[in-house]
Design a binder for this molecule. Sequence first.
Ligand SMILES: N[C@@H](CCC(=O)N[C@@H](CS)C(=O)NCC(=O)O)C(=O)O
Length: 203
Amino acid sequence: MKILHGKLSPFVRKAMICAIEKGLENRIEIEPAAVGQGKINEALLKVNPTGKIPTLITDDGEAVYDSLVICDYFDSIVAEPRFIPAEQPERTRALAINAAADGLIVAGVLAMLEKGKPAERQWPEFEAAQWAKVEHCIGALDRSCGERGEKFDIGTASALCALGWLDARAPHLDWRARYSALAAWADKLASRDSVSRTRPPQA
Ligand SMILES: N[C@@H](CCC(=O)N[C@@H](CS)C(=O)NCC(=O)O)C(=O)O
């Protein structure tokens, strides 16, 4: 298998955490792929119409995307330990955390892109609405992760990836000071092999 990869991508990180947790890492070749807002990567678009990473190319040459689907594919190759819980209510809870974590990153990226525009083209209400979503997603992670303890599945991994993205890209939010229990939970899991080895390079 081959994964089209980027070291700074929290979505790639989620897929790689899953691969490591399932002992699949050695079966995956890492191929860096250049992506970015306003960039067109023709080779990537040929296999993934969304033009995003992570994109996994299976041994049969099939393209699998996005991060959730890649994790589901890894679960289909190695059944245990399940990364996406099979049973309810754990399944819906873990997938809901995944949705809040991904939503946090998407809203944060949109807010930062808006902020980065020349002043005369900025839409302040749009930026404020995105930061409001980021805040609500942090609140949702705070409510749902506190009770997880050391349980490790896609919910845990996606939350850690989103919080790691906040640390790296939105330090001005100072989420750790406002959500100290969530920060303590994340710090406790930071030394886990799959989490520490996928940490994005620090700027
Ligand atoms: N829903 C996708 C999101 C992936 C995503 O947004 N990846 C970013 C990198 S962090 C990307 O490839 N962006 C390039 C683009 O949007 O053109 C997933 O979970 O895999």
